[in-house]
Every structure is written in C-alpha cells, then in structure tokens.
Design a protein. Structure first.
Length: 120
C-alpha cells in the first residue's frame, strides 16, 4: 500500500510542476527541448524509483511488482489530466496535449523498466 502512496506523491509532484512551469517545458515546435525533456524524465524516474527500492530495501524479485504499484496511480490519474488537459493545465498551449500524453507514457514506462534492471 505504501508504494501506491509513493506513486500518488510522484504523480502529484509532477502534476503541480507542470501546472506551475509546464508552459516552459512543453513546446511541440521545439524538438530539442522535447527530446531533452524525455531524456530527463527517464533519468529522474530511474533515480527516484531506484532510490525508493534502496530506501525500502525492495528485493530484486519484488521490484517488478513494486514498479507497477508505483506507476499505476499516476497512470490512472493522468487519464483525467489528458482528457481535461486545457482545464488542468491552462498555462500550457492546448496543442501540447499530445506531447504531454507521450511524455506521460514515457515516464510510466521508465518507472516500469526499473523493475527489471539488475540490482546494483
């Protein structure tokens, strides 16, 4: 249950960040910025989620399940963020909704992949 809570916390933190500064991060006309954002998302998720594994002493065998529990709340909650994108993120160009949706899929995939990385 605690990993679901961590997932909600990660989702809430990211949602608040995009609500505050998303207009500077999501520009569908800026390919370099978009690629950088996708790479940074993977790196941040790798650091955050593997840190959770270490902090909570999650065994290798349990990491795929833990990754799922961390990713699942955000995946469900971001359905609303994507469906009501202009309302949730009025500061972001509505044309960036596809970029945002792709970034969310990328971020949750990054979380799930951490569950299968070898333990360090």
């Amino acid at each position: 249950m605690q990993f679901l809570g961590i997932g909600v916390f990660i989702w809430l933190t990211a949602t608040i960040a995009f609500r505050l500064i998303g207009q500077f991060l999501l520009d569908p006309t800026n390919l370099v910025l978009s690629i950088g954002l996708f790479l940074a998302t993977s790196l941040v998720m790798l650091i955050v989620v593997t840190s959770v594994y270490l902090w909570q002493q999650v065994k290798s065998i349990d990491r795929p399940k833990t990754a799922l529990l961390i990713a699942l709340p955000g995946m469900l909650l971001d359905v609303g963020s994507i469906l009501w994108f202009p309302t949730v993120f009025p500061n972001i160009d509505p044309n960036a909704n596809i970029l945002f949706a792709g970034l969310m899929l990328w971020g949750y995939t990054s979380i799930l992949v951490t569950g299968f990385l070898p333990e360090q």
